[in-house]
Design a protein around this ligand. Structure first.
Ligand SMILES: *Cc1c(COP(=O)(O)O)cnc(C)c1O
Length: 355
């Protein structure tokens, strides 16, 4: 890797996160970064275009009051229980900084940013392998003497843990913070969200995002819900790094998006239907599909390896995600898009594996 001779020693060995491709060369059917196939809610476009753009000369509200109020109302908590970040990535990074003093535990197969947040903050990672069927074994995290972060549903598997499991994790780690990353929770048909448990457990922090179910990946807004004291710690980090972390247009967009729950739910329902359609269609073609509760599926076949399937689909104008790491290199992760996108994907895969 190229670096200057001036680069701080502390960061010389850092391997940055590799985001999914956002190619600009041609139009792909993008099923690689779990974005929504649907546009933002109608109210979002109106407020961003008409109301808020003229105010851009002014700094944004560092306390993000209207958005905190809207999130608090939606989740039946107080504004003091809500932290808002520039994407949930920022919430997670701040949570690593704030609560990773004794290290951070997470699964070997999960969100690829966790090891990077640990490394950039010089936090020791305690990596626990998933079971052979790619499940989180919650007992692995009981009394581990450090904070932990689990994605629920997990990425890239789409598998969930129950609320009872989350409660047990909080009880077995009373001196550390249990961070539950619920980026995909809206797509789950199982009621797994732990937001309601934040009233019981003072060491539980639940992180969610506007990027997936609310069609605002490009706006960069995420949030964390937890005990007011945990939230205050995150605010301390934010006001020590970037007080205006969410810009005016994004805050206005997010307020409109969270108010329009009906729009979000109707889109989520379509994704759930398309997930079922795609799962069944690929199973018919002989694929093994993990039972996903997210807006993506993680699939494998013995007819073609994951890397080749990814490359062949890309040649055909369809982007999916392939990971090189040992345990999952046979798989590809496919974002669930519109029905039209999924029908096209299934047809292309059929062509590729029968060629
Ligand atoms: C997409 C994703 C995020 C990040 O979302 P942003 O809010 O866009 O930063 C966080 N965690 C997981 C597991 C994700 O897949």
């Amino acid at each position: 890797m190229v670096m200057s001779s001036f680069f701080n020693e502390n960061f010389k060995h850092l391997t940055p996160y590799t985001p999914g491709e956002q190619p600009q060369d041609k139009r792909y059917v993008k099923l690689n970064t779990n974005e929504s196939p649907f546009p933002p809610a109608p109210g979002v476009l109106k407020v961003v275009n008409e109301a808020e753009a003229k105010n851009l000369r002014l700094y944004s509200d560092p306390e993000l009051k209207p958005l905190k109020a809207a999130i608090a109302e939606t989740f039946s908590v107080e504004p003091a229980n809500v932290f808002i970040g520039n994407g949930s990535d920022e919430c997670l990074n701040f949570a690593f900084m704030a609560f990773g003093g004794d290290g951070m535990a997470y699964p070997d197969i999960s969100y690829g940013f966790y090891p990077v947040f640990a490394a950039v903050n010089h936090i020791e990672s305690d990596v626990k392998p998933l079971t052979t069927d790619f499940r989180i074994k919650v007992e692995d995290y009981f009394g581990i003497g450090k904070s932990l972060v689990l994605a629920n549903p997990n990425a890239p598997t789409g598998l969930t843990i129950s609320r009872t499991d989350v409660a047990a994790l909080c009880e077995k780690n009373p001196s550390h913070v249990v961070i539950i990353d619920e980026a995909y929770v809206d797509f789950s048909e199982e009621p797994v969200s732990a937001v309601g448990l934040t009233k019981t457990y003072k060491n539980l922090l639940v992180v969610q995002t506007f990027s997936k179910s609310r069609s605002l990946a490009g706006a960069r807004v995420g949030f964390a819900i937890g005990d007011a004291a945990l939230i205050q710690d995150l605010e301390t980090i934010k006001f020590s790094t970037n007080p205006y972390n969410v810009n005016r247009l994004s805050m206005a967009a997010a307020v409109e998006a969270i108010k329009d729950q009906a729009y979000t739910f109707s889109n989520v329902k379509k994704i759930q239907e398309n997930r079922k359609y795609t799962t069944e269609a690929l199973e018919t073609l002989g694929f093994m599909v993990l039972p996903s509760q997210a807006n993506f599926i993680f699939v494998r076949t013995n007819k073609i390896d994951g890397g080749s399937l990814y490359r062949r689909l890309k040649e055909e104008g369809v982007l999916v995600r392939h990971f090189e790491s040992e345990r999952i290199r046979d798989f590809v992760r496919i974002t669930i898009g519109s029905r039209e996108d999924m029908e096209m994907l299934v047809a292309k895969i059929k062509g590729i594996i029968s060629a």
